[in-house]
Design a protein around this ligand. Structure first.
Ligand code: NAD
Length: 264
């Protein structure tokens, strides 16, 4: 690192290429905008093709270079194709944001095993599949930044909703992050995660539409020291920081952005 480069320049992603899974909506979409605004070319990968194309139109309208990739990240072959598509279009992949995920509330004793497997495949297995393919490209370049979306639920068992599978898979993301960070540090690949607290997105809005969800909101707010849910904008700075050279000495770590929830 050149100590003479001004600090804000070290946050720049100019000339870098980024891939964001689950990039078509919510937190992932916010990450796409943040990385693009910081200068990166952005590949928006999502199982929802139409939404991915809409996100790409938004990015292009801001003058960014972007492409949409319709990918189911739980499919190992599709993940390989997704990463190769970025490399064949832009020649490299510097930043991989493994963000696609979903939540589910279920009483543990009533939870069908098939549902457990579905959530685990997306929230944990797919993070591994994406990181593995991204790392192959980054290892060749001797440099890369992987950012996984975990959750405050990786750290605590938040209440009153019952979500043992979500909590367990997100805790898995944290330890996968640490394990890959240690294994790949000699290759120049940094692996970190971001743990959002309750954030206003489609995922949460859907849950809050249910009668159970409606009754939860006041109880959640009561437990957030900042007294409000996060907006996607509250998380964007962390993604740029972890993607940029300014954080090159950081690996295997997690940034919790939860309005203080985990302080209790
Ligand atoms: N919203 C929150 O409060 C919150 C809190 C902590 C962590 N998170 C995590 O943040 C991430 C994003 O959540 P969000 O709230 O933005 O959700 P969201 O539902 O708004 O967005 C998720 C995106 O992932 C895509 N997706 C789903 N399955 C996919 C698959 N198999 N392949 C590719 N894409 C797929 C969806 O189409 C969607 O665009 C998730 O990992 C979630 O667990 C969310």
């Amino acid at each position: 690192m050149d100590a003479h480069i001004p600090i804000l320049q070290r946050f720049s992603l100019s000339g870098k290429t980024a891939l964001v899974t689950g990039g078509a909506s919510g937190i992932g979409r916010g990450f796409c905008h943040a990385l693009g605004e910081a200068g990166a070319k952005v590949a928006v990968a999502d199982v929802n093709q139409e939404a991915a194309e809409t996100a790409v139109e938004e990015l292009r309208a801001k003058g960014m270079t972007a492409m949409a990739l319709c990918t189911d990240v739980t499919d190992p072959q599709a993940v390989e194709t997704m990463v190769q598509a970025v490399v064949s279009e832009w020649g490299e992949l510097t930043i991989g944001v493994n963000n696609a995920g979903m939540g589910v509330w279920s009483d543990a004793m009533e939870m069908p095993y098939a549902l457990w497997q579905k959530i685990s495949k997306l929230n944990l297995d797919a993070v591994f599949l994406c990181a593995r393919e991204e790392a192959k490209v980054m290892a060749e370049a001797g440099y890369g930044k992987i950012i996984n979306t975990a959750s405050m639920s990786a750290h605590i068992s938040n209440t009153p909703q019952k979500q043992c599978c979500y909590n367990a898979t997100k805790a898995g993301v944290l330890h996968l992050t640490r394990s890959l960070a240690a294994e790949w540090a000699p290759l120049g690949i940094r692996v970190n995660s971001i743990s959002p607290g309750y954030t206003k997105t489609m995922l949460v809005d859907k849950l809050l539409e249910t009668p159970e969800g409606k009754s939860m909101l006041p109880r959640w707010l009561e437990k957030i020291p900042m007294g409000r849910m996060a907006q996607v904008e509250d998380l964007q700075g962390a993604a740029v920081y972890l993607a940029a050279e300014v954080s090159d000495y950081m690996t295997g770590n997690d940034l919790i952005i939860d309005g203080g929830y985990c302080c209790w």
